[in-house]
Design a protein around this ligand. Sequence first.
Ligand SMILES: Cc1cc2nc3c(=O)[nH]c(=O)nc-3n(C[C@H](O)[C@H](O)[C@H](O)COP(=O)(O)OP(=O)(O)OC[C@H]3O[C@@H](n4cnc5c(N)ncnc54)[C@H](O)[C@@H]3O)c2cc1C
Length: 480
Amino acid sequence: MSTSSGLPKIIILGAGFAGHTAALHLSDLVKGSAEISVVAPRNRFTWFPSLIWVGTGTMSAEQTWFELQPVYEKIGIHYFDARAEEIAPDAQTVTIRYADDHTETLAYDYLLNATGPYLNFEGTPGLGPKVGATQSVCSVEHALGARDAYTTSLDQMRKGKRQKIVIGVGHPAATCEGAAFEYIMNVHWDLQRRGLRDKADLVWLTNEPEAGDFGVDGIEAKKGGVMVTGAGMVRMLFDEAGIKPIIAAGVSAVHGDSISYDVVGGDPSEMNFDFAMLIPQFRGIPMKYVAADGTDISAKMTLPNGFMRVDAEYAPKTYDEYKASDWPALYRSPYYANLYAAGIAFAPPHPISRGKKTANGMVVQATPPRTGMASGIMGRAVAQNIADQVAGREPSHHARMSEMPAACIASMGKSLLSGSAASIVMVPIVRDFERYPETGRDVGLCDLDVGLAGAWTKRLLHEAFMWKLQAKPGWQMIPE
Ligand SMILES: Cc1cc2nc3c(=O)[nH]c(=O)nc-3n(C[C@H](O)[C@H](O)[C@H](O)COP(=O)(O)OP(=O)(O)OC[C@H]3O[C@@H](n4cnc5c(N)ncnc54)[C@H](O)[C@@H]3O)c2cc1C
């Protein structure tokens, strides 16, 4: 299929870490040989890592986003400020809906689904700022709401009222524990600098099987011949900060200011809070897939969690049977050679962390994160693969999470003088026991560190990426 210009048409759904990175690279890779369009609602790219600082009132919301339209105009990409709702992979069309509710059907030759997460607050009764009293930092609006609720708690502390602050995840199968960890450490730092730390009890509530698991089965590194672990690092940080961890817990409901949760090895419990920030479960963005005859093939194209199937091994296995090669390489649909999914939108073949069951049968399972860096690397690989196909070649660019490194920096205070950060490097993200029989990772390349240098790096990353992602001169030099 080709467009009126006679050029093949590439459509990217979503302009986040995966989709926007793919769009930038495609604008370079297929210049003049394909038409590129991006569909994403709200005309905004959001730099999520800095929402942690918005949620503690230490950064303005405006510093965390920029408008997409001018960037796409500059690099020759069509932009549709709309939301995709139906993909017809046989007809090669996608139906989009604008904010005023009118719809349009666009034809494509190549399609990338990079629509990120659906924030499934409904998965936990009473969770989230819309229906309850818990906060989130998963969007600019949520982070602003968290900041306001946190400010109310600060006012109470100033009046001498002790506050109970609960931070973590709000569903037994949530992901993104790293962001919640960063938030609790920033709240601790902020309370300290305000001289209010002794007026608050800080509780870490997580579905991770162990502190420092982060949904990636923990981290270890060899430093000076000694093995150090993420669990040790996080427990030490919590001890120093006086944070009480509740590990392997699955939140089942929130009623007013009370959180109900079940714990592996314990009894179901309730806990009151004055301020709580709990990240919801992530699911795939609701999308209907229809076949040539109009039948709904969504159940074939996606897993029950709504994420799109790609070239991964989805056959059910036990934890000990998982293999590094189960993870996708190309991020291409097994059914349609011109359809890809990257970032949070693709369906991981299985968890990375070990799940546990409570006495009442609740499965508490930290699910796999697809962080910003990983999503960007996938977005670039998909761009290269689509460019291969446009040029008549077989796609060959692999970005397996079981081969990919990840560097994560969790700030613990925004100040460049008194802040700090936990810096984590893992190689690869998903353990590969065939390649690294002892631990599944290259422990010589893995790293764990705590210090002011990380705080500087985190700020530099904010500045460097806001530059790169606006396609400013030299953006190609800044890696994903
Ligand atoms: C508070 C917070 C802090 C974080 N900190 C870090 C960090 O320090 N380091 C790190 O690596 N990662 C971090 N992450 C994770 C990181 O933000 C995600 O991994 C990343 O955003 C995933 O990229 P994505 O492209 O898959 O999804 P997103 O970035 O969420 O992008 C999804 C895109 O799809 C669009 N969209 C949604 N629905 C539709 C639709 N129906 N049609 C078309 N478009 C649609 C959205 O508007 C958006 O443009 C953090 C996340 C949070 C919430």
